[in-house]
Design a protein around this ligand. Structure first.
Ligand code: ADP
Ligand code: MG
Length: 698
């Protein structure tokens, strides 16, 4: 291990400087001076030396040390970009976009030219691109086309400590690329110190530490358990704003809805206090992945008139984005994770307590430019006894449908043998294979079917891919294309806090009583009939940007349909044809009406509820059977995006689950049959594995 001391230079810099030194700094210094001020600059020569001497290097450095923005430029400046792009992966799309923008500014070029980014459905790169930021999911898909990644000279796998699903899969794939290509460099960066594991995985490669420059952070716990952390966060932020010295505030919440509530409430209270003349202005700025990018950029801008900023964020600001000038962190202690729920047999978004490592990262955000304070909205007992030491890697807690499909088409036949840093539980793999088998993507021996290999081509979840492909048969691929596109963009409904009733009424006009999917289709079609006009959107409380994005996504999916020679057929306005097509894709996510307005999952009897935002809920319509897009667990299990279906469709598309008019005994029988089917498939797959093992030995 190599460690260099560059911190002293910084200490010199900071002597006698004020708390907001960094912001001042950013305002008054040139970009070159700002770059040279970053910790990574102090050890640039040594870092480049280690990279020259080794094909793989793990780099560890505090958030803000310059890993993401500087190392790509160093690689380019050292000449690595002459025989391929310098790629840098990010687990989050917001980070990929915002960092690419920053680097294009530092290099003085237009975004999309020498420096670009690519996220799902959005490629902002060109023939001149030499530095490319992208989500890890994008690079993973690129390996399908180009297994050796010949267009890259170097890949920086950033934020490896996040252990996102795609990063974890890339670990195994890139390890092989390195072995095949001597001219290829792999750099793995991590904001935390447990880089040992990464180093070992790649065969004890060097770990390079960028010396940190952090200030002490005072950690204050709540004395008693907090009932409502949203309200508590607002109160704490106000207290800080009214009674503490300069410095920006950063609040961690779990998701968009909470962030909007905090933002709105805080703005309202500050306004009130300001009108009473007892409070200075506060700039409250939300940040979450679905926020339009021009609003996202605001968090980096200096507040006018030197107002204090209060940024309300998801865990994106934990390590992915560096915000200068934050001196106060307010931490809910919770985050939203997508987990595989074995009882439901599928993924669900759920709020969980954070891990200790994560909340420590959060509090660290307060100590970047000077000593700071972190207010934890939970007790010290909760920290010690209720939080895991570190977050369970996504690959161990999530449905692997997409990944299994991808690896299968990369000819990784036996997933249990793939080189995972932390292998997913066998149960997870088998469950994911089972759900792919249900959709018809895998055959009985676990091999990719024709349908399966078509599905891989679409960058959407397996059920949606299947829906697009099958819609040719069901006779409405044109309509399903719109539905899938609309499901792939953020919600298009605009619901400003002070005009809720008005906007809800506007939304209701678009409701198709039987279906949220078709409500989305309806909005899109009406927008189209009105010449894709933006003023039409504004008039109807619809986010024009979202629809525009939907149109782009639709065009991209249509290109793939063309390549796959799937013809575009339309059913006109025949909603029933569309609903049948939706049932064909979602039959495994069906619910049946049990009591008054009460649904239970049709496969396992678990209760699930219509979401208040659903058209069905809004109109008080409760059909006997529905299918849903996804399940969200908040206070209850909610079905998100619901469509009424006919029971005989379920029987038609999901014979492994449903038979018409089941008597109790036939239900037991079909349950036993299902169990048998699954066991049979597992046995066949096991047999295939044994066979392969024998072949390998021979
Ligand atoms: P690391 O990856 O080590 O956490 P970064 O390279 O992201 O560090 O950040 C280095 C510096 O660049 C920080 O001071 C940060 O504030 C600045 N920076 C990063 N992204 C942006 C942006 N979009 N706008 C303005 N400054 C940015
Ligand atoms: Mg970074």
């Amino acid at each position: 291990e190599i460690d260099f001391k560059a911190g002293a230079k910084f200490a010199e810099h900071m002597k006698g400087s004020k708390a907001s030194a960094q912001s001042e700094f950013a305002k008054t210094k040139t970009i070159k001076e700002q770059r040279e001020f970053l910790p990574v600059y102090g050890c640039r020569e040594d870092l480049m030396h280690v990279i020259r001497e080794n094909q793989i290097v793990v780099v560890v450095g505090e958030t803000g040390s310059g890993k993401t923005t500087q190392m790509t430029q160093y690689m380019h400046e050292e000449g690595y970009s002459t025989f391929g792009m310098v790629g840098c992966t990010q687990p989050r799309r917001v980070a990929a976009m915002s960092v690419a923008k920053r680097v294009s500014e530092e290099m003085g070029c237009e975004l999309g030219k020498e420096v670009g980014y690519a996220i799902r459905f959005e490629d902002c790169t060109g023939p001149d691109t030499i530095i490319k930021y992208m989500t890890d999911g994008v690079l993973l898909r690129e390996t399908l086309r180009e297994p050796d990644l010949n267009m890259y000279s170097c890949i920086i796998m950033d934020e490896a400590h996040e252990r996102s699903l795609h990063t974890d899969v890339l670990f195994g794939i890139l390890k092989k690329v390195v072995a095949r290509r001597r001219d290829f460099k792999l750099i793995v960066t991590s904001a935390t110190l447990n880089a040992e594991k990464f180093s070992n995985f790649f065969g004890s490669v060097p770990v390079f530490h960028i010396p940190g420059r952090t200030f002490p952070v005072d950690i204050l716990y709540s004395k008693t358990p907090v009932e409502d952390y949203v309200e508590a966060a607002v109160k704490q932020a106000l207290t800080v704003h009214l009674s503490s010295g300069p410095g920006d505030i950063l609040i961690f919440m779990t998701g968009q809805e909470e962030i909007e509530t905090v933002t709105y409430t805080l703005e309202e209270r500050v306004e009130q206090l300001m009108s009473e003349g007892t409070c200075p202005p506060l700039n409250v700025l939300p940040i979450y992945s679905q926020l339009p990018s021009d609003l996202q950029a605001k968090i980096f801008q200096d507040a006018e008139d030197g107002n204090r900023k209060c940024i309300v964020s998801t865990n994106i600001a934990e390590t992915s984005l560096t915000l200068d000038g934050v001196m106060y962190v307010i931490d809910s202690g919770y985050c939203k994770l997508s987990v595989f729920n074995p009882r439901m047999g599928m993924n669900a978004l759920q709020v969980f307590p954070c891990a200790q490592a994560a909340v420590n990262q959060r509090s660290g955000r307060a100590g970047r430019t000077g000593p700071g304070t972190c207010y934890r909205l939970y007790t010290e007992m909760a920290f010690k006894h209720e939080m895991l030491v570190s977050t369970v890697p996504e690959i161990q807690r999530t449905n692997l449908g997409n990944v299994v499909l991808l690896l299968k088409s990369l000819n990784v036949d036996n997933l249990l043998d793939f080189d995972f840093m932390d292998p997913p539980p066998q149960e997870n793999i088998l469950n994911s294979m089972y759900s792919l088998w249900i959709l018809g993507a895998l055959d009985n021996t676990g091999g990719l079917t024709k349908l399966g290999s078509k599905m891989v081509e679409f960058p959407v979840d397996p059920p949606l891919a299947q829906m697009l492909i099958k819609a040719e048969e069901t006779g409405c691929s044109n309509e399903m294309l719109t539905v899938v596109a609309m499901l792939s963009v953020p919600s298009v409904w605009f619901r400003p806090k002070d005009r809720e009733e008005e906007s809800d009424a506007a939304r209701e006009k678009f409701f198709v009583p039987e279906s949220d999917h078709l409500t989305l289709l309806n909005v899109y079609q009406q927008w189209k009939n009105n010449g894709y006009r933006n003023d039409w959107c504004n008039k109807h409380f619809i986010q024009g940007k979202g629809l525009k994005k939907g149109r782009e996504v639709r065009a991209q999916l249509m290109d793939i349909m063309k390549q796959q020679k799937i013809p575009l057929v339309s059913c006109g306005q025949d909603w029933d044809v569309c609903r049948r097509s939706i049932a064909a894709a979602y039959f495994h996510q069906a619910a049946r009406l049990k009591g008054v307005g009460e649904y239970v999952n049709a496969r396992n009897g678990m209760p699930c509820h219509l979401h208040p935002s659903s058209a069905l809920y809004g109109l008080g319509y409760t059909p006997d059977y529905v299918v849903y897009h996804e399940l969200i667990m908040t206070s209850k299990e909610y079905m998100q995006c619901v469509t009424a279906v006919e029971p005989h469709w379920l029987a038609e598309f999901g014979p492994m689950f449903f038979t018409l008019k089941e008597s109790h005994s036939s239900m037991l029988k079909s349950k036993a049959k299902r169990k048998e089917d699954k066991a049979k498939m597992e046995a066949e797959m096991q047999a295939k594995r044994d066979e392969e093992a024998q072949l390998q030995e021979a």
